[in-house]
Design a binder for this molecule. Structure first.
Ligand code: ATP
Length: 886
């Protein structure tokens, strides 16, 4: 609703603004818009309020000077004024001004603030004092009520203080106490604080009821004013109606005029009568003039009254509307405030009840603690009694202790006497010990001489060990000629669910094979070997049985170990190990060399060993050096450190002739050595490096039966030269480690072209091996060693004085039954071959020396016998000569 300015109100407003803001110099004809804008301007309001209370808003920040005052700003501004306590006593002026001029809600707001002020308004100084006091005491929301001193609370509760406090401060107190009790979640409220709260709430309630009374009285006032205005209006209306009646008199001059016309006619008829008549008319006319003037005046008055009535009506309407609006707003707010306060009162009552309960609890606690104090007192009395008892017992104990002290004193005296005795005894013991020492030193000297004798005996230990070793090797030799060990490969991960041909494996080297097409006993066949390793046997298990053979190499024996079996049966696995093998997975090759180094190390005080390695393969009946650059895919990087002068001599000794075109060279010990480069090795890592190169150079190809099948026979030859440091004698031993190419049926391995050629060569060389073995078994005068390179190389191992071990590899898969049977039958025949007793190079020499010694001893004995015989004959002759002399 836009306020209208008119009449005196406009003049009043302009005059008021110009008086307080002369620099505005508002023109009297300023429009309503200009007036309103001027009044709503923040600057104007600021100035007005600064006039009321100088500098009250210079830095307050509630109003922005340049902006038009917003209703929200007005609210904040008025609230600030209220809080600062400056609005209350000058508000009536402002209210008068603004209630007439500004928008209704501002008016309502001001009225509300005004109504918050107690009806019996205290003096400005008192209010200021009390306001400050409250401000100081409670600091509004920033105070900690819980810690507020009781004396200050009591002071505040004095009726005078609360009566004088502004309502907003009282509400702040209530909110502050409640908020704090909610924020801190502290259910306990002090009794004094609860009393203060109740008092403050009562005061607020009282003020609300006073405000309601004030509203009512104001309402009555407005009604009285309205009735007064209505009465005035009625009076004025009556006056207007009376005036209207009088206007009817205005018609009389017409009648006079007509009468004047009539009299003019009468004047012409009788002049005297006319004169008197004219005099009367004149008088009448004068009268009429007066009446007309009066009439005019009345009409004017009437118009003024009508205007005034309209103004009053408007005023009544506005004030009625304002009053209605005001009353409704106030009622709503009063109801809301009452409801809030009732809720608060209820909360407070419950809080009060709680605190009362807590007080009761505290009282019971107090009673309990009092009881406990009593108990404690009784306990104290008890403990005092006990103390007395303890004192008494202490005294009695003191007495007993003094008695005991006497007893102890006597016993100490006794002990001292005993100690004297002991001292004399210890002296005697010392003497005895000295004597014992002497006897011990004598015995030690005796023992020393005994130890010396033992050390001498230990010197002979080496000889005893050598004897043992000799006996062990003899035992190995006696066990048989070609020894055959059989190893059964486990099923590979891709072969799960396959049928096995292995029926039974016994510990004594017996293996039963079952024919998958002939179930039952009829289909079973028993094979006997020196040892059978089942599918679960580890590389370590296999090597532990082979180790004695390997060891005999360092004693000067020649040993040949070769793996035989069909393709994919595990020959390479047993001889070399899987790709990237760990130490536990090492094959015989690595383990044998490693073992040789270990043995040579353990004997280093008595023997000096030198080891050399050769690696060749027989591929398509061609011997290829796997460690040489010639004809092999990779060249071994010859290191200078291997070119040791001693080893060079040994090398030349072994390979005394580099025979061109001949694949083997006969050694002095009778074993054939491949014509290939020899590489001295001093450690296991040397062996690993060499073998790695050799095996990479080996011919490998995929067949239908094995993804990476060895397409050649590989032969690793280890040469050992041992020098006895005591006797200076030298012995030589050779170890052939042969991984044969897979025996296979050409049709099963599905090969053609080069692969077929390879397979044919492999089969030919293996059948040559069979021929040699069968000739040996039959003790045939001619053994066809020269039919293949393989038999040529293995000649000395098969028929010579070497120890030979054949490792037969078996694939347990039922589909390989016929190959398995072929392999096992062949191996069975091999196990029957006699090679003759193995001989050590050292043993041969020893024998020769012994024979010579025996011969010389025989000669000596013969000479001695001759001397004895001569002496005997001389003896027999002596009596005869004496007899003769007599
Ligand atoms: N005892 C075993 N334990 C685990 N796996 C084995 C064993 N023996 C052989 N194998 C695996 O069987 C597969 C064939 O073995 P390997 O290559 O040694 O046979 P092979 O007789 O040398 O074959 P080829 O004559 O074709 O060279 C390989 O994958 C190998 O790792």
């Amino acid at each position: 609703m836009t306020p209208q300015f008119y009449g005196k109100k406009r003049e009043l407003v302009i005059e008021w603004i110009n008086s307080i803001l002369p620099d505005f110099s508002l023109p009297t004809e300023a429009s309503d818009e200009e007036l309103r804008a001027c009044l709503l301007d923040g600057t104007v309001l600021c100035r007005i309020l600064n006039m009321i209370r100088p500098n009250s808003l210079n830095e307050g920040g509630y109003l922005e000077n340049s902006s038009v005052l917003q209703s929200e700003n007005v609210k904040r501004f008025l609230a600030a004024m209220d809080e600062m306590g400056i609005l209350r006593f000058e508000l009536s002026d402002l209210e008068k001004l603004i209630s007439n001029l500004l928008e209704p809600y501002i008016y309502v707001r001001i009225s509300y603030i005004y109504l918050n002020v107690p009806s019996a308004e205290p003096s400005a100084t008192v209010l200021q004092h009390v306001g400050h006091k409250f401000h100081d005491l409670f600091q509004l929301k920033h105070v900690c009520y819980d810690e507020f001193p009781v004396t200050n609370i009591l002071e505040m509760m004095e009726s005078n203080n609360l009566d004088n406090a502004p309502t907003q401060s009282l509400l702040n107190v209530v909110y502050g106490i409640l908020d704090e009790s909610v924020e801190t979640k502290n259910d306990e409220m002090t009794h004094h604080m609860a009393c203060l709260l109740r008092k403050v709430v009562q005061e607020i309630g009282r003020r609300l009821s006073t405000q309601a009374d004030h509203l009512r009285s104001q309402n009555n006032l407005y009604r009285a004013r309205e009735e007064k205005h209505q009465l005035r209006i009625r009076e004025l209306e009556a006056l207007v109606s009376a005036t209207r009646k009088e206007t009817t008199v205005t018609h009389q001059p017409q009648q006079i005029k007509s009468r004047r016309k009539k009299s003019i006619s009468w004047f012409s008829a009788s002049p005297n009568f006319c004169f008197t008549y004219l005099q009367n008319v004149n008088l009448e006319m004068e009268e009429k003039g007066k009446i007309e003037k009066q009439e005019m005046k009345l009409v004017k008055e009437n118009e003024n009254y009508i205007h005034e009535i309209a103004g009053l009506k408007q005023e009544v309407e506005i004030s009625g509307m304002m009053h209605g609006y005001n009353s409704r707003e106030m009622e709503v707010e009063a109801k809301a405030a009452i409801a809030v306060l009732q809720i608060r009162i209820k909360d407070l009552e419950t809080l009060l009840a709680d605190s009362r309960n807590k007080v009761k609890d505290l009282e019971t606690l107090l009673a309990d603690s009092r009881n406990k104090v009593k108990d404690f007192e009784s306990l104290l009395a008890d403990s005092r009694n006990k103390e007395k008892d303890l004192e008494a017992s202490f005294e009695s104990k003191c007495q007993s202790w003094s008695i005991k002290e006497k007893i102890y004193q006597s016993s100490i005296d006794f002990q001292l006497e005993v100690m004297q005795d002991l001292r004399s005894t210890s002296e005697a013991v010392k003497q005895e010990i000295m004597e014992t020492k002497k006897s011990y030193s004598f015995e030690f000297n005796h023992l020393e001489s005994k130890f010396k004798a033992l050390a001498d005996a230990a010197g002979n230990y080496h000889e005893v060990v050598a004897e043992n070793r000799k006996l062990f090797n003899e035992l190995q030799d006696l066990k048989g000629n070609i020894r055959v060990y059989c190893r059964i490969r486990p099923f590979l991960p891709r072969q799960t669910g396959k049928q096995s041909v292995i029926e039974n494996i016994s510990e004594h080297g017996q293996l039963v094979i079952a024919n998958p097409s002939r179930p039952g006993k009829d289909g079973q066949r028993l094979f006997k070997f020196n040892k059978v390793f089942g599918p679960n046997a580890t590389q370590g298990d296999v090597f532990s049985d082979i180790q004695p053979f390997v060891r005999s190499v360092v004693d000067g024996y020649n040993v040949c170990i070769f793996a035989y079996g069909q393709t994919g049966s595990g020959k390479t696995y047993t001889m070399t190990g899987p790709d990237g093998a760990t130490e536990e997975e090492w094959g015989i090759n690595y383990q044998a060399l490693n073992n040789l180094f270990r043995v040579s190390q353990s004997r280093r005080q008595h023997f000096l060993y030198e080891v050399g390695v050769q690696m060749v393969e027989i591929y398509n009946e061609q011997v290829r050096d796997l460690l040489s650059g010639d004809g092999s895919p990779r060249k071994y990087p010859y290191s200078k450190q291997y070119r040791h002068i001693k080893w060079k001599l040994l090398y030349l000794f072994f390979l005394n002739l580099h025979t061109v075109g001949i694949t083997t060279i006969s050694q002095p010990n009778g074993l054939s050595v491949p014509d290939a480069s020899m590489h001295p090795v001093t450690s296991t890592s040397d062996v690993l490096d060499l073998m790695d190169i050799g095996f990479k150079n080996r011919s490998v190809g995929a067949t239908a039966l094995n993804a990476s099948s060895s397409r050649s026979h590989s032969i690793v030859t280890v040469h050992v030269r041992g020098k006895d440091l005591k006797t200076r004698s030298v012995l030589y031993g050779n170890l052939h480690l042969v991984d044969l190419a897979g025996s296979e049926r050409v049709d099963r391995s599905e090969v053609t072209g080069d692969r077929l050629k390879e397979a044919q060569h492999i089969n030919k060389s293996l059948s040559s091996l069979g021929d040699v073995i069968f000739a040996l078994a039959k003790k045939s005068p001619h053994v066809p060693y020269r039919n293949s390179k393989l038999t040529q190389i293995l000649q000395s191992s098969l028929g010579g004085k070497a120890k030979t071990l054949m490792l037969v590899q078996i694939n347990p898969d039922a589909s390989s039954y016929s190959e398995t049977m072929g392999t096992l039958k062949f191996s069975e025949r091999v196990s029957g071959v006699e090679l003759g007793a193995a001989r050590s190079s050292k043993e041969e020499k020893d024998n020769r020396e012994l024979m010579e010694q025996i011969a010389s001893l025989k000669d000596t004995i013969a000479e001695k016998d001759e001397v004895i015989n001569r002496l005997k004959s001389l003896k027999d002759l002596k009596p005869r000569i004496q007899q003769h002399q007599r």
